[in-house]
Design a protein around this ligand. Structure first.
Ligand code: HEC
Length: 245
């Protein structure tokens, strides 16, 4: 082998690879323009902001394995009729506002893990916060208080009322209780504002620790109702006045 053919061989083996893997992609992607989300200039799309307490709560959610039984994924309509399941994909209120939609990848922006979930043993939590507002209103609690009660004892029969105001039996729930996130304290003064309704001992109350409250901040942020660019908006078509006739 001559030196010349050796050098040409080296150049071909390394040079071509360098050209295709580095030089050409760099040349192509050096000047990418930002993709405009709509036709209108500067139309701002608001995304659910996940930071601070909510982000910490998301990490606790992951660490506690909530994703093993709870999904956060409203399937596209070709793969299941989920938009029409009550309060799952969003809500329709009495004023006709409709927040129902499928999940898009924007819904996971800002979180460390996309909490898609492993299987749907419990209900999908994409729009949990909307539902909790309703559950809590029925039993005269705040949403935070309701979630605290559920976190401590998912089999609590006093926090669920049906549409007719009847008590719902929850003994079947296998949602794990997170009692390690609570502690018993002496009642002092008026007591803790987020203490559980039930007490176990006279003069004591059960109060959520910091990690329970952080997890609940996350759960209360779970509503996927922000506006989306038209190309990703798959909500059901609004019935026009013409159709109704
Ligand atoms: C073993 C499976 C399992 C795991 C793990 C689990 N859950 Fe559940 N979860 C369920 C089931 C089943 C239900 C439905 C019964 C009920 O409401 O208690 C449920 C219901 C819920 C609800 C009420 C939802 C609604 O709309 O009615 C919330 C809130 C909830 N779980 C939060 C959590 C959190 C937070 C974690 C992690 C700390 C968790 N779950 C872990 C099975 C699970």
């Amino acid at each position: 082998m001559t030196l010349k053919s050796f050098l040409i061989g080296m150049l071909a083996s390394f040079g071509l690879a360098w050209m295709f893997v580095i030089a050409i992609p760099v040349a192509k992607m050096n000047h990418l323009d930002p993709v405009k989300m709509t036709d209108e200039e500067d139309s701002a799309y608001y995304q659910r902001k996940v930071s601070g307490r909510v982000l910490n709560g998301s990490n606790i959610y992951a660490a506690q394995g909530c994703y093993a039984c709870h999904t956060q994924l409203i399937r596209p309509t070709y793969a299941g009729q989920q938009i029409w399941r009550d309060d799952m994909a969003g809500v329709v209120d009495s004023e006709g506002n409709d927040t129902r939609r499928e999940t898009t990848y924007y819904d996971y922006a800002g979180e460390k893990y996309a909490q898609i979930g492993l299987m749907r043993m419990g209900p999908d939590l994409s729009n949990l916060a909307h539902r909790v507002d309703k559950y809590a209103a029925k039993v005269n609690m705040t949403s935070e208080q309701w979630l605290i009660e559920h976190l401590y004892d998912p089999r609590n029969n006093d926090i669920r009322l049906g549409d007719g105001g009847e008590r719902l039996e929850m003994n079947w729930s296998n949602c794990p209780s997170q009692r390690q996130m609570f502690e018993q304290k002496e009642i002092s003064g008026q007591g803790h504002s987020l203490a559980l309704q039930k007490t176990t001992e006279q003069g004591k109350q059960i109060v959520p620790k910091e990690d329970a409250r952080v997890l609940i901040s996350y759960l209360m942020s779970l509503r996927r109702d922000d506006a989306l660019p038209a190309s990703m908006d798959f909500r059901p078509k609004k019935q026009s006045e013409e159709d109704k006739k």
